[in-house]
Design a protein around this ligand. Structure first.
Ligand code: HEM
Length: 222
């Protein structure tokens, strides 16, 4: 029996471009859900130090007495770490595939059927990764926090955001994250075949250069 030479061997599902897009979409949805949950939890800060610190402590004791202290938190952390690594891997692989498909850049590239958010996905992802590293050093490990007090999460957030440069960097990171999620969520729905009414109509149609007739958008009910 003869075996196929490796050069002609077909990639597995995960190794194919469709598989990589699916990995990016599924992990993107997991990370999106984390960001929404984290945002909702962080709103507790407006209830004051006691409520916010109790919430942070609750994240460590959730699941008791069946689970030990921090067990569920660590399970969530492991899921997040795996999702982040897989998301970055898929982003690198799809970027390399797109560069391989077009090794020579366009002499003139006209932005048709695209948005600013779509065009900044790669750099946005890099900036968000840098932000998360800083954020962990700031509020989880306390390495770059001006006066980190273990267990006093409210104090740590206030101490950090009192420094105007840090506050400005956080605000800028939230704008970048907003753009990334705006295009990323739509793109994930598209990959997973869910970009249709009612979700499809939530996204504004891309801007076209003047004089071009609009093409019907697949997500819009007609
Ligand atoms: C202004 C916005 C944000 C605030 C005020 C904030 C606040 C916090 C705080 C207080 C903690 C420590 C929680 C604790 O020790 O119990 C934390 C952890 C964390 N934050 Fe944020 N966060 C913000 C935005 C984000 C964003 C946008 C992301 C992701 C893109 C993110 C990802 C994380 C991660 C991964 C952790 C570590 C969770 C853990 O392992 O315990 N945060 N954040």
């Amino acid at each position: 029996m003869t075996s196929l030479p490796s050069a002609t061997a077909r990639p597995g599902v995960i190794g194919s471009l469709v598989g990589q897009k699916a990995v990016m979409a599924v992990t993107g949805v997991i990370l999106f859900l984390f960001v929404v949950g984290h945002l909702l939890g962080n709103l507790k800060i407006f209830e004051g130090p006691q409520a916010f610190n109790a919430y942070a402590e609750g994240l460590r004791t959730v699941g008791a007495p069946f689970f030990g202290r921090g067990w569920l938190l660590w399970i969530a952390r492991i899921v997040l770490i795996v999702a982040v690594l897989a998301h970055i891997w898929a982003a690198i692989e799809t970027t390399r595939a797109s560069w391989r498909a077009r090794p020579v850049g366009y002499r003139r590239l006209e932005a048709v059927e695209t948005t600013y958010a779509a065009r900044t996905m790669r750099w946005g992802g890099v900036l968000i990764a840098l932000y998360v590293i800083y954020h962990l050093l700031d509020l989880t490990f306390g390495r770059v926090n001006p006066s980190f007090v273990p267990g006093d999460v409210y104090h740590n957030v206030v101490a950090s955001l009192r420094v105007w440069v840090v506050a400005a960097a956080y605000i800028a990171a939230m704008v970048v994250l907003g753009l990334h999620l705006y295009h990323g969520t739509w793109s994930a729905l598209q990959t997973l075949g869910l970009n249709r009414p009612p979700t499809g109509r939530w996204r504004a149609p891309p801007r076209r250069p003047r004089g071009r007739s609009p093409r019907p958008s697949p997500g819009r009910a007609r």
